[in-house]
Design a protein around this ligand. Structure first.
Ligand code: HEC
Ligand code: HEC
Ligand code: HEC
Ligand code: HEC
Ligand code: HEC
Ligand code: HEC
Ligand code: HEC
Length: 402
């Protein structure tokens, strides 16, 4: 009798709780809105996608896109804070990096001057670390780039690219972070570096390539039986140019001339050339810098020009980390360059002589011409990055054929 009473009481209280908190269910249908795009569409963040697209979500966490901007902490900052390797010594200024519990600081010591400035904290990390990282700091709600950057090949601190050998503060505006975050809301167009700190969406996340997805999530939570995607652009059904534009917004040079809206206005399914373009002529060597122009190079290649369908996803799965997977990429070449078909073709002899590593000869790694880094110290060793060119062709110089 007693236990029945307890069970009844329990159910009763659960019922009362649910009646008093009717929001519990609608909270589920209405995901938390993290930011609102200028066109009114709402961002809900990648974690929301996990419940229905679990595999894509877990793969995505391993990509350079996800890791390209993160909050600064012990595991995201690659530069060293250990005494001895925590210094960037330039001509007129010396920076020392210090760790205090969970916070990280850059101290500035001016040479030949008494001036002092307070330490700047490492707040945001830019760069997954393939080539290097740059760090951003907040002053109130204004964003600045720290002068100390990290250079991966040398595993050391370096002067940030383009900075002089004396101390400066460089404001970070939309034109810089537009390719390294999903979304940010600039609060002051004139100053340019004032942001809603809580509304920056770090990483290049699902909704940067698939548009803000609140309506999609709400619909599919309410209709778990629906098999066809609602309120979501189907990228495969876009024109080739629109599919290329998804990637070209960040991989076709600086796109520094804004024709319409702001650097975050363009969304997948629209035409990039209505929003922005590169100012000035772009030659293929100029564009081969760390902020590369894979789009410009690929579209000059015969593989691209002589097919109707080739785009970035012909060779890349945008959800996966495929860096270094040479076998996978060579296999992609073979999808078109098989011996049997007439054109395009690879003569069987060619294959027998050179083997299968197509990309090492036809997409060779090349040194960046435009960004070189001065390493620490007065010896000013400069070093640059090697990037694989997307201008696919025969490089006679690298000829190893008999
Ligand atoms: C409640 C479940 C649910 C959630 C949450 C969800 N989706 Fe979907 N999504 C679906 C279903 C169902 C489909 C259709 C079947 C499929 O393609 O997997 C779909 C399809 C898609 C497609 C393919 C569209 C097409 O036509 O090619 C994309 C892209 C997509 N979702 C992106 C997202 C993103 C980004 C998020 C997170 C912001 C998200 N989805 C969250 C259920 C969901
Ligand atoms: C919002 C800007 C943005 C968009 C959109 C974008 N990328 Fe990227 N991509 C980047 C940045 C920034 C990096 C460098 C990330 C890093 O290493 O910190 C990058 C890196 C990459 C890499 C190198 C990955 C690695 O492991 O080092 C590939 C490949 C790539 N992108 C392909 C694509 C393709 C394909 C698309 C379109 C489907 C695309 N990107 C869309 C900004 C973007
Ligand atoms: C037009 C898009 C674009 C803009 C603007 C841009 N970047 Fe990048 N950035 C990229 C891409 C793409 C890469 C990857 C290298 C490549 O594709 O050649 C990259 C690479 C980097 C890397 C190296 C990442 C790594 O993992 O090695 C750093 C650091 C970086 N950018 C910092 C910055 C800073 C700081 C600014 C602003 C002053 C900036 N970027 C502006 C697109 C951009
Ligand atoms: C760098 C851009 C980019 C990012 C980031 C990205 N996607 Fe995609 N996604 C694409 C492109 C491009 C396609 C079309 C692929 C194709 O045609 O091969 C696609 C296709 C899809 C599809 C339908 C086809 C499939 O593979 O099932 C789903 C679902 C999807 N994405 C979900 C997501 C989710 C969820 C995330 C975040 C965890 C995400 N995407 C992040 C570019 C991106
Ligand atoms: C979507 C199909 C397709 C893919 C994938 C493809 N190609 Fe091609 N490629 C072509 C076509 C078509 C041509 C032009 C053939 C002709 O002129 O006879 C071509 C031409 C070439 C040429 C000769 C270029 C010139 O300037 O004469 C080389 C070299 C080449 N491809 C290498 C590659 C390599 C390496 C890969 C993989 C990284 C690749 N292709 C992937 C379709 C493709
Ligand atoms: C014909 C195949 C092919 C196509 C098409 C293609 N890529 Fe690539 N991409 C590659 C290969 C191969 C690599 C080198 C991968 C590696 O070494 O791990 C690469 C590497 C990259 C990298 C990293 C560069 C570096 O060295 O750091 C970026 C960024 C990139 N691709 C973006 C794009 C974009 C954007 C497009 C569309 C405009 C595109 N790719 C189209 C084959 C292709
Ligand atoms: C060791 C370097 C090397 C490797 C590896 C290599 N190639 Fe080549 N490839 C060349 C050279 C050099 C030529 C020019 C040959 C000539 O003009 O006689 C060439 C020519 C070509 C052509 C143009 C053929 C024509 O007659 O127009 C295509 C297409 C091609 N290669 C595709 C590939 C593919 C696909 C792979 C991978 C299976 C590959 N190559 C691997 C060096 C290489």
């Amino acid at each position: 009798m007693k236990s029945i009473l307890i069970v009844v009481l329990c159910f009763g209280s659960i019922l009362v709780y649910h009646c008093k908190n009717p929001t519990v269910e609608s909270d589920y249908y209405n995901p938390e809105v993290l930011a609102t795009h200028d066109n009114g569409e709402k961002f809900v963040g990648s974690e929301t996608c996990m419940e229905c697209h679990a595999n894509i979500y877990t793969d995505h966490l391993k990509t350079a896109h996800h890791r390209t901007s993160l909050l600064a902490n012990d595991s995201t900052i690659l530069g060293s804070f250990d005494p001895g390797s925590n210094v960037l010594d330039l001509e007129y200024v010396k920076f020392t990096m210090e760790r205090r519990l969970d916070s990280f600081y850059q101290h500035t010591a001016y040479k030949n001057r008494l001036k002092k400035s307070p330490p700047s904290s490492f707040d945001i990390v830019i760069g997954s670390g393939v080539m290097g990282q740059t760090y951003l700091t907040w002053e109130e709600d204004k964003l600045f780039q720290l002068q100390s950057s990290y250079h991966k090949p040398a595993d050391s601190w370096v002067n940030s690219p383009g900075f002089p050998t004396y101390a400066i503060q460089r404001p970070v505006r939309d034109g810089c972070i537009k390719c390294h975050v999903t979304f940010a809301k600039n609060r002051n167009i004139r100053e340019g570096n004032q942001y809603d700190r809580e509304k920056i969406l770090y990483g290049i996340e699902c909704e940067r390539c698939h548009r803000p997805a609140a309506r999609h999530v709400i619909y599919h939570r309410k209709h778990p039986e629906a098999k066809m995607a609602k309120f979501m652009v189907n990228i495969d059904s876009l024109t080739r140019q629109q599919r290329l534009d998804v990637c070209a917004q960040c991989h076709s040079g600086p796109q520094n001339e804004q024709l319409k809206g702001n650097p975050f206005s363009f969304l997948t399914g629209e035409n990039l050339n209505e929003y922005s373009r590169n100012s000035g002529p772009m030659s293929s060597t100029e564009t081969l810098d760390v902020h590369g122009n894979q789009y410009g190079l690929l579209t000059r290649s015969e593989c691209f020009k002589q097919t109707q369908t080739m785009d970035c996803t012909t060779c890349h799965d945008p959800h996966k980390n495929q860096r270094g997977d040479t076998e996978y990429f060579n296999h992609k070449c073979m999808q078109c360059h098989v011996a049997e078909t007439k054109k395009p073709f690879v003569v069987q002899d060619h294959l027998e002589v050179v083997g299968n590593d197509c990309i090492s000869c036809h997409m060779p790694k090349m040194r960046s011409q435009s960004i070189s880094i001065k390493l620490t110290g007065k010896d000013s060793i400069s070093s640059s990055f090697s990037i694989r060119t997307h201008f696919i062709k025969v490089y006679k110089d690298s000829l190893v054929l008999p």
